[in-house]
Structure formats: C-alpha cells, structure tokens
Design a protein around this ligand. Sequence first.
Ligand code: COA
Length: 287
Amino acid sequence: MVKIRQGMMKDCTDLLEVYQGTRWFYRIREGGYTTVEHVKDEHRGAAFERWGWLVAEEKGRVIGEIVFRIEKNPISGKIGIIRNLDVDVRNQKTTVGTQLTQAAEKVMKSKNVARVIATTPPASYNYWMKVKYFARGSIAKLKSPLGKIPTRKTTKIKTNQLKDLRKLPASLKFSHIAYPGAFAELAADIIDGRFVGKIFEFQQDDKLIGIGAITKKDSKSAVFVADITKRGIGSSDIVISRTALSASSWKVKSVETMIPKDQLEVYSTLSKWSSELSTDIPVTRLI
Ligand SMILES: CC(C)(COP(=O)(O)OP(=O)(O)OC[C@H]1O[C@@H](n2cnc3c(N)ncnc32)[C@H](O)[C@@H]1OP(=O)(O)O)[C@@H](O)C(=O)NCCC(=O)NCCS
C-alpha cells in the first residue's frame, strides 16, 4: 500500500536515492545530488511552500515526491505550478506518479487553483498525457549582447532595487508575461544566496508595474527574468531594458532569458534577440 502524506526533512535521506535514479540526465542543480544536504537545500528557502510538498511512502520508505506552489496571474487567476515530480525508478509505472499528481491537484484545488502547469523533459511527456495534461506553447531561450539592449529613460517609472530580502515578497509571487515559476525561482536563488544577483520593483505613481531579477551566470553572461503587472502593459520594454542593463556593473558581454514563446513579440519590440527553442515542454490541465 502506498501512502501519500506531507513531506518532512527526514524524508530527504530516501529522496536522495530517488533523485539518483531520476535526475542523473538533467541538471536541476549544479553538480548533481551527492549528499542528503543537497536534497534538504532544495526543500527550504524563499520559493518553497511546506504545504506544497507531498511524498509517497511504501513499507516505511519514501519512493516518490511532488513539489508544487501557487502563483497569481492577472488574467487567468491562481495557477498551480508543479516544480518537480520524481518516482523511484524501481517503482515507476505502478501508479505512484498518478497518485502524487492527483493528491497535489486536490490540495491546489482547495486553494482555488483552476489551472496547473508543469514543465516536462521529452522523456516524461507521455506520462503527462496519461494524467490528462496537454502541451501548450513552448519555451524560447533568448540571448543578446548587452551592448545591443537599448536604454529606456523616463522619469515616470522608478526603479527600486530590493535590499535585505529574507523571503519572497508578495509582489514577486505572480507571473504574467514571464514563464510561470521562472521569476520566483530566480528571485529565490538570489534571496537564498545560491547566486549573486539583484531584484527590482518598478513603480509608476507609487504603483507596482513590473519586476525584474538578474544573476551573474559566469564572467561572460547574466541571466534575467522580467515581468509586468496589468498596469505595466505598455511599459514592458522599460522593465526588460532596465533589468537586463543592470548587468552592466558586472562587465558581462551578454544577457539571457527564458520566456513563453508567445511573448516573443514583447521582447522583439525592444531589441533583436537570438532565439532557440527549449526541449522542455510546458504542459497544463484545468482542474
Ligand atoms: C514521470 C514519472 C513521474 C511517472 O511516474 P510513474 O509512477 O511511473 O507514473 P504512473 O505509474 O502513475 O503512470 C501513469 C501512466 O503513464 C505511463 N507512463 C509513465 N511514465 C511514462 C513514460 N516515461 N513514458 C511513457 N509512458 C509513461 C504509465 O505506463 C501509465 O500508463 P497506463 O495508465 O496506460 O498504465 C516518473 O517516470 C519519473 O519520476 N520520471 C523522472 C522524473 C521526471 O521526468 N519527472 C517529470 C518532470 S516534472
């Protein structure tokens, strides 16, 4: 009998074994998973919600987990984001994945989520089809030389760099034109100290119109995510430009971002980007 229950820090010992089987081929975390501490690290921090952690237990051993959170979207309301789903390779294809997914959906539904989103590698795409998720859109990786990003000067919009961050401010728990989850993940990496970076809020007439997060990836490039509120529609070029150009202080040569491909036009109005499609597939389901 498989029992689905909330995850606990002590489950990380079993989860290390699970991850070693499921995550050897793609790098969620730099350097892979070699110690329980690596697994624990992933279950704390600014973007982690304790209620969004379920595990599957069989005969006293944890054999799978699902991690999820909620974001607000100004158009479609609350959306659920499945951050990861892993089932021990020795227990796969025995309905554990389905049980975890359905249990997570139940929790999200009780929190008034209407749409759930997951991002899957091609190898697991068929699983998501079986649990009634459908592919929607694709993810584009954009890159531009920093020197080619035009500045957008206006005194109407104020840039406020957030300092002394301890947890993810409510203003950062949404996605609109950014890929769901992308902003919070990057901001959490900065808040939790995994990467050096900066987080910005952009305001017009004291109202939030956009947010930006940027990290120095290496000596040559920076990675950023920008997003706008409903009020910021029409100012996205300013938010993107100011976020990207804040990398100038690091003397990097280029900036990169991952976006939903259907937002490409928003980026193209600012600058010419080189674009490449990600092999990961966004899948979604109405619950
Ligand atoms: C994807 C994953 C979570 C599926 O878990 P699981 O416990 O094997 O899934 P289930 O047993 O509930 O499978 C449900 C259905 O999907 C099918 N299925 C599961 N994985 C599949 C795969 N990789 N390819 C094709 N079909 C698959 C099962 O055969 C079953 O079909 P059926 O109803 O016709 O019998 C598991 O393979 C895994 O941990 N993969 C590695 C990590 C990963 O890629 N996670 C998803 C990204 S978030």
